[in-house]
Design a protein. Structure first.
Length: 364
């Protein structure tokens, strides 16, 4: 801590893992946009941090607690010490894995506690997990504000979980439209692009099955670029081999730091998730004027209307049909992309998102 930092309001962001992902991008974008003399940010990862942490400003302290799987009571003590030594005023937790630490924050003297729900995880894709609901209700007395990033999540918190409505606030994710913007291009092959962590919740397995179905048809040329990495990378690459998907129509690119350059060079964005809040990847694609094919889960129907196509989750045939529609109707795809760009500029600005969080941070 610097000598002048004591007078600044300290916001501690508690996240399970500081890795490449939409939730992490939201957090880092907010921190980068809220750099001023009255606020100081601290980031704590319960587990570890990858190179994505390099996107944080240099004066933001990052703590990695190396939490063990399952219950790890030592984390409560570590956090208590950080809350006290950093003189934390506001605790901002992200998703279910971090919610249990609000009581220890109160014990350490933290004045404002905020919990944000960015989407459900693979262990609870429908939000029906009774244990998780009970945990949220037990934590509710210690939390001042529950943030939901979609109407779907807000209504679920109120009606299913039982969080008092005055505590729940809707804050849509926002996009930096100076960074993500359209660029004119011409592709010989229609380019589909998928940006996501390679994990079970994103269900790339179904996406590859859809590509396999398309390969069995006589269609104009196309290619799918998969951007991202994760625990299922080797499994998915083997699945592509087993399905006999040729390299000419599928390319695993891994993690790419320049997504804002890759998206405008594509033609259609596709997402096959089993659960979502409001995906940053979709908003970024819309800001680049891409039409979107996505599964009808979570908050996605709130942002995909006449700017894309919705399909059921875990349904390779429906997903393949939607992709085929854009392959055969590229003028319609372009018109859907233009509508999506207009929607992003209208409803999902980064400035609006940041101001909403700032209001919560300064509420006490």
């Amino acid at each position: 801590m610097t000598p002048n930092s004591a007078a600044r309001k300290v916001i501690l962001h508690l996240i399970y893992r500081l890795d490449t992902g939409g939730l992490e991008r939201v957090m880092i974008n907010c921190i980068n946009s809220l750099q001023n003399s009255s606020i100081r940010h601290v980031v704590v990862s319960l587990t570890n941090a990858g190179t994505f942490a390099n996107n944080l400003p240099p004066d933001v302290e990052v703590f990695c607690l190396e939490k063990k799987p399952g219950a790890d009571l030592s984390i409560h003590l570590k956090l208590f010490k950080i809350f006290r030594t950093q003189k934390v005023n506001v605790l901002h937790t992200y998703n279910i894995a971090t919610i249990e630490y609000h009581p220890i924050a109160r014990l350490a003297g933290v004045k404002t506690c905020i919990h944000a729900e960015h989407g459900r995880d693979i262990n609870d894709p429908t939000g029906a997990n009774r244990k998780y609901k009970i945990l949220r209700r037990l934590m509710s007395p210690f939390i001042d504000h529950f943030v939901a990033v979609s109407r779907d999540l807000k209504e679920w918190l109120i009606n299913d979980v039982g969080i008092p409505e005055p505590k729940c606030k809707l804050v849509y994710n926002g996009i930096n439209t100076d960074k993500f913007r359209p660029q004119s291009h011409t592709n010989q092959h229609l380019r589909f692009i998928h940006v996501a962590r390679l994990a079970e919740i994103k269900d790339q397995k179904t996406l590859l099955q859809a590509i396999s179905l398309l390969c069995q048809k006589d269609l104009p040329p196309f290619i799918l670029y998969i951007i991202g990495d994760g625990p299922l990378r080797l499994t998915l690459e083997q699945q592509a081999v087993d399905l006999k998907i040729p390299n000419s129509v599928l390319c695993f690119k891994g993690d790419c730091p320049n997504v804002e350059q890759l998206l405008p060079a594509a033609d259609v964005f596709v997402l096959s998730s089993l659960a979502e809040g409001i995906p940053m990847s979709i908003l970024e694609a819309m800001a680049c004027s891409l039409p979107v094919i996505a599964t009808k889960v979570g908050g996605i129907p709130e942002i995909i209307g006449d700017n894309g196509l919705l399909v059921p989750s875990r349904n390779p045939q429906e997903l393949a049909d939607a992709m085929e529609f854009y392959i055969l109707n590229q003028d319609i795809a372009k018109s859907h992309g233009i509508i999506g760009l207009s929607n992003v500029n209208h409803m999902f600005s980064e400035k609006q998102m940041v101001n909403s969080y700032l209001e919560l941070y300064l509420s006490r």
